[in-house]
Design a protein around this ligand. Structure first.
Ligand SMILES: Nc1ncnc2c1ncn2[C@@H]1O[C@H](COP(=O)(O)OP(=O)(O)OP(=O)(O)O)[C@@H](O)[C@H]1O
Ligand SMILES: [Mg+2]
Length: 278
């Protein structure tokens, strides 16, 4: 049962070291990427998520301090939907867990607007109450809301994720994607400002995949406060994003608009295919 607390409840973050630094979001180009690019600017913007020079190592029985993140810097403007991509094992989930406060970086600074919520990949880990409305209201129990306020928040959150007609449905009868949307509605009902979403569409068929991604897009669009960071391997999902970050081997390789990141990854993939075919 407490798993839900992990997924939905605000987590501890390091104290903000900076909140707003004047900048524009760098546009991805083929020139060499410098982590400092995203902090250079000529325009003031508010950022919901900022990580500077983040490093992280796991210590295992076999290896002392195996480096996973090597100097990652990212920043994501408030009210936008961004995606994080990169090959298996490059450190995407580790970075997301640091932003969620589930892991502490070895060095570097992190600031994430609160409250924030981390949604896991497995839909069956997201929902615990018997009905949809009870599940969305679950996290509100710790706040002293009136019944009317709870009902109104649940209703608005379910509307944002396109599940208004499912309020009284048993969660056991939902598809994987619908369960993910119920989990997102739970975060929205608690007025979460940042959604951290780790490969939600991996186990879903195409219809469910599109349903979840549109739910996140709509949640961001219908609020001025919600910012989402979505980890994915699916390039076609970049169509829904305002911006994206591409990582390799524990480093941020590109950080910019979604279309440019998509072209960059596609050119990377075709160069790799040409190389193995030659
Ligand atoms: N608990 C852990 N202990 C030791 N090493 C770990 C642990 N969790 C992850 N790692 C290692 O850290 C590296 C980055 O893992 P991470 O899960 O962040 O990658 P990822 O980019 O999310 O990969 P994927 O696309 O497969 O989900 C990998 O080499 C992984 O083996
Ligand atoms: Mg991962």
């Amino acid at each position: 049962m407490n798993l839900l607390c992990l997924t939905r409840f605000p987590e501890r973050v390091l104290a903000p070291v900076y909140v707003t630094v004047p900048t524009t979001t760098a546009t991805a180009t083929s020139r060499e990427y410098s982590p400092l690019d995203i902090f250079r600017s000529n325009k003031a913007q508010n950022f919901a998520i900022e990580g500077r020079n983040l490093k992280f190592s796991f210590t295992t029985r076999q290896t002392q301090d195996a480096p996973v993140l090597r100097d990652c810097s990212i920043r994501i403007p408030c009210g936008q939907f961004w995606m994080l991509l990169g090959p298996n094992g490059c450190g995407k989930s580790t970075l997301l867990k640091i932003l969620a406060g589930l892991l502490t970086p070895t060095s570097g600074t992190v600031y994430v607007n609160e409250p924030k919520s981390f949604v896991f990949q497995n839909p069956d880990h997201q929902v615990v109450m018997p009905t949809v409305d009870a599940d969305v209201a679950f996290g509100l129990g710790k706040i002293n809301f009136t019944n009317d306020e709870v009902r109104s928040r649940v209703s608005r959150a379910l509307h944002a994720v396109g599940l208004s007609d499912y309020m009284k449905r048993s969660v056991q009868t939902l598809s994987g994607g619908q369960k993910q949307r119920v989990a997102i509605a739970g975060a929205l009902a608690e007025a979460c400002k940042v959604l951290l979403l780790d490969e939600l569409t991996t186990f879903l068929d195409e219809t469910d995949q599109v349903g979840v991604i549109k739910a996140v897009r709509n949640s961001v669009d219908t609020s001025t406060e919600v910012t989402a960071l979505w980890v994915t391997h699916r390039l076609e999902e970049l169509h829904y994003a305002d911006g994206a970050i591409y990582m390799e081997d524990g480093k941020v390789v590109m950080h910019g608009d979604a279309a440019s990141i998509r072209s960059f990854i596609e050119s990377r993939q075709s160069a790799y295919i040409n190389q193995i075919n030659s």
